[in-house]
Design a binder for this molecule. Structure first.
Ligand code: 0GY
Length: 289
């Protein structure tokens, strides 16, 4: 583990918000354990192990029913730890893989059988070396045949350049963490409006209203992030997902409490109808249909 790496919270609070039966934590990871599933030699950080048993314990403790496990950059394109977690969870988890262009059709099919339903394209420079867009497009065309979608991770200043690429992808797209807006700029800032307009123009683009712990300037309980998430939930109620982001890699300012993160949900999805769409209907349609 990196010397400045903050391990996940050892005892999150019990949420005050009662998570509805059947809810999905649609963005979380498993890390290692490194002695079974070594980290990638090309990784940009070395995390604290966060094995599948801990993830499933947290799922039950918070009151969630299912997980979408996203392959994180520290495991590179070796999806073994994530796929192993999917196989253990059975129908209670689905996966998002990271693949290199030389992945074989047999490997893709095996991942599909284990519950993988998407690939992630990561554009965040501190996390990965850049992949040419043509390479991503080749992967997109192959996974589209399996009915998979694409999860994209980028930061707000990169969106303008990415728009033509995103609009040419042949699948449903899910944008991680609301496109990482600068929350000090406000929801009316042109950068966030550009993101909203992208979703207005393209009804195949979804987003995760996740990661207030990374976007906040004010700190917990992340009130400065709420208006961004609420705006997206109320404008695109059928195209939003929510996730804890456990075990919260690369946090520098504080260790997020997953119970507190769960307590944010009724503030961003203010009716039971919006909560059901965000936590159950939308992820079930995208990952379990
Ligand atoms: C997240 C965010 C981060 C890390 C990764 O793949 C990753 O390593 O996604 C981050 O550092 O912002 O979604 O977990």
């Amino acid at each position: 583990m990196d010397p400045d790496y903050l391990p996940f919270h050892p005892n999150p609070k019990t949420p005050d918000f009662k998570v509805p039966e059947g809810a999905v934590d649609a963005h979380c990871h498993v890390f290692g354990p490194a002695d079974v599933f070594p980290y990638s030699p090309k990784r940009k950080y070395t995390p604290c192990d966060a094995p599948k048993a801990k993830l499933f314990e947290l799922r039950d403790y918070l009151g969630f029913s299912r997980n979408v496990i996203v392959q994180a950059s520290c495991h590179g394109p070796d999806n073994s730890a994530m796929v192993d977690a999917l196989r253990t969870a059975g129908d209670l988890a689905r996966g998002v893989a990271v693949v290199s262009p030389d992945v074989t059709d047999e490997e893709l099919q095996e991942m599909d059988d284990a519950g993988v339903r998407a690939v992630r394209f990561n554009f965040v420079k501190r996390l990965v070396d850049a992949t040419p867009k043509e390479v991503f497009m080749g992967i997109a065309e192959r996974v589209a045949k399996l009915g998979w979608h694409i999860v994209v991770y980028f930061e707000a200043p990169d969106l303008e350049d990415l728009v033509p690429f995103l609009e040419s992808l042949p699948t449903t797209i899910v944008v991680d963490h609301m496109g990482r807006p600068d929350v000090t700029a406000g929801v009316d800032h042109p950068d966030f409006q550009r993101f909203i307009n992208l979703l207005i123009r393209n009804d195949n683009i979804w987003t995760k209203v996740s990661c207030p712990e990374r976007l906040t300037v004010a700190g917990p309980p992340y009130d400065d992030v709420v208006p961004f998430a609420r705006k997206l939930v109320e404008t695109f109620p059928d195209r939003v997902l929510w996730g804890t982001d456990w075990p919260h890699p690369n946090m520098k300012s504080h260790v997020p409490d997953d119970g507190l993160l769960t307590d944010q949900i009724p503030g961003i999805a203010r009716t039971s109808d919006l909560q059901r769409k965000l936590l159950i209907d939308n992820p079930m349609r995208l990952y379990w249909a």
